[in-house]
Design a protein around this ligand. Sequence first.
Ligand code: GAL
Length: 375
Amino acid sequence: MIKNIPPMGWNTWNTFAEKINEELVLSSAEQLVSSGLKKVGYEYVVIDDCWSLRERDRSGALVPDPEKFPHGMKYVADALHKMGLKFGMYSCCGGMTCASYPASLNHEYADARAFARWGVDYLKYDYCFKPSSVDGKALYRRMGTALSGCGRDILFSGCSWGSDNTHEWIGTTGANIWRSTGDIVDTWDSVKSIIKQQYAILPYGGVGCFNDMDMLIVGMHGKGHVGLKGCTDDEYRLHFAAWCMLASPLMIGCDVRNMDETTKEILTDPVLLSIAKDERGNRPYFFHNWNNDDWTIFVRLLANGDIAVGFFNLSDSGVDLWLSADDIGVPDFSGKTLSGVEAYSGASVRAVNGVLSKELAPHSCAVWRLQVKNK
Ligand code: GAL
């Protein structure tokens, strides 16, 4: 089924990789509820790779690892549903998952039925060990068809990292979201590189099949599986703001049981979430000022006629960015002007003589939700 807004939730991979179990998943889910994250939209709890035994059983079925998930997956699903959350799982179109667990190649229909029986609401579908003799798009179409007929509304999350020109065919597979890049890691360089890879593919996102820029690293601070160096809080702010502006899924990747206040503030910023969850799903577009593609302005027309504008300074030096209101559809002769509120700070902002401007420190951003008003 079409999803009008990109999914939001939490995924086990970034922090925990193979160190997952029922207790971790359910206690993290409880934390999503008690911290208020669920209330603002983070509703999917996704178990990524490494949840099954290394072999299928004699009947060919996938078997949850009894040491990690002693009560099985239906139990996890029921517990999550009771909390008002949704349940996500993971498989892969190849013979094995990326971490070498059994995957769904040639088992697509049986696996989709099992996921439906277990109460799964979301399937992340990876691209490792895809036989070179078969087209990835054929395998994704196969799982898309299997999921469509499995008797349950399961969000199909394609994860082929943009390979094989994914953007050209993903919309034909039934996928609701598609991973456009390789894996994120918890460094500034990774965030910057993923943002810069979006310029060319902005036309291939939005309602129908959202472009997935990968799980969030906000609040990881160098801890966990993709932990590496970590980022500053300003870099995390910019990362989250870009994912919201570009309508990416928002899947938290930090340990939500140990979040600091700043992390929570970033993940729940009301201005950014109002942009991320805008149901019209208009495509964002961008400007590069002065031919420097480290200074980027993303713009998105919202459902009620507001305009989201984000100034992003990806460079290592400070910069004064500006944008003419005329360039985003509000010329001076229209008698209209722009004013609104800035994400994170809540400061008010308005165009002065038809221009929005802001001085930005290195690796920082300013995002506004602007109304078009009479002068
Ligand atoms: C990668 C995928 C990651 C994670 C990992 C699990 O291919 O991009 O997000 O799912 O596999 O092994």
